[in-house]
Design a protein around this ligand. Structure first.
Ligand code: AMP
Length: 323
């Protein structure tokens, strides 16, 4: 079934000479890596095709490669592939109705189909894992640079194979990449994990100032004065949220940072025990069962979301206590 989908995706790629690849707003490494890797895969196998990876670049992820600017109005017969994003309202810089055919490759839960062809596997550690599977199940060829991007996407989204979405298939595909392309891991880890000492100090600030209540709900609102004091930016905290995994006292933890340019509060939520994506969805957010996010307009909404997460932690503790 999935195998047939891999073949159908390649068939569609062959059919179109103009292909646009988009992913979600506020991209993480897996989103950027999967779209750039897929662009490079298509160009490598079909050099005559025009392939564009679109959306706003995040300077800290520039090592994955550059993105393309296009005028969608000039496209007449193009294929759109959205990666790592479940809904069109979260897609950065691509509008569905400009395209003849649409494909989704994703590992986020989503009830409804939104594209003509969908490869969705919520058990996959990452979208890069799905693209690696696509490569190993079809005649698509890749090179070392592409393998490196896929590897980095898998490593980051599985949080270095710590998250429960890491399976035998994840390790097997990564082993294929390492064996076939002789990956040198240290330079890749340097790209992903090297940080300034100011970021480490900022992380200590979060550790010291996060409030943790008796139900294991940990939360912090990061203000812009603190962000300038540590010389970080409003997205720095987002990139640290996974580092709070395995803290014994935490069931659910959430960060709120205010993005002045967009005028929104960006919320990152993680959980070890409590399903949180349904709560995030109630606040116009979403994500995975144990890793979700939301973008909110007011501080009141932030407080309401935090109260809902706290209530879920309370319910979890009560149930655990009663059993
Ligand atoms: P983040 O905390 O930004 O790393 O996001 C964790 C997960 O939640 C990712 O899978 C995101 O795609 C998803 N997510 C984050 N923000 C939103 C949002 N506003 N709406 C829907 N999903 C989101």
């Amino acid at each position: 079934m999935v195998n047939a989908k891999f073949k159908s995706i390649v068939k569609k790629i062959k059919e179109f000479d103009e292909i646009v690849i988009a992913r979600h707003i506020g991209p993480d490494p897996d989103a950027i890596a999967s779209q750039i890797a897929l662009r490079e895969i298509i160009k490598y196998n079909y050099p005559h095709k025009k392939v564009y990876a679109v959306g706003a670049m995040v300077s800290r992820f520039k090592y994955f490669g550059s993105l393309d600017k296009i005028d969608e109005a000039t496209l007449t017969n193009a294929l759109l592939i959205i990666v790592d994003v479940p809904r069109f309202d979260r897609v950065d810089a691509a509008y569905k109705n400009r395209y003849k055919y649409t494909i989704k490759i994703d590992h986020h839960p989503c009830e409804e189909g939104i594209c003509d062809l969908e490869l969705v596997d919520v058990s996959s550690s990452s979208t890069c894992q799905l693209i690696t599977e696509l490569v190993y199940n079809t005649k698509l060829k890749i090179n070392k640079e592409i393998a490196e991007k896929l590897f980095m996407g898998i490593v980051t989204d599985s949080d270095r194979f710590l998250l429960s979405y890491t399976t035998a298939k994840t390790f097997s595909l990564v082993a294929n990449l390492m064996r076939d392309y002789k990956l040198d891991l240290m330079p890749l880890y340097n790209h992903i994990y090297e940080r300034g000492i100011n970021e480490r100090k900022f992380e200590s600030y979060i550790v010291n100032n996060m409030k943790i209540n008796e139900y294991g709900f940990g939360y912090i609102k990061i203000d812009n004065k603190t962000i300038s004091e540590f010389a970080v930016d409003s997205s720095t905290a987002s990139n640290m949220i996974n580092d709070f995994n395995f803290i014994k006292e935490l069931n659910v933890w959430a960060f709120s940072s205010f993005d002045e340019k967009a005028g929104i509060y960006k919320i990152n939520i993680r959980s070890r025990n409590v399903v949180i994506n349904d709560i995030a969805e109630r606040f116009n957010g979403g994500g995975h069962k144990f890793a979700s996010g939301a973008r909110l307009k007011t501080e009141e909404e932030v407080d309401e979301l935090f109260a809902a997460l706290d209530a879920a932690c309370q319910a979890y503790c009560k149930e655990k206590h009663d059993n």
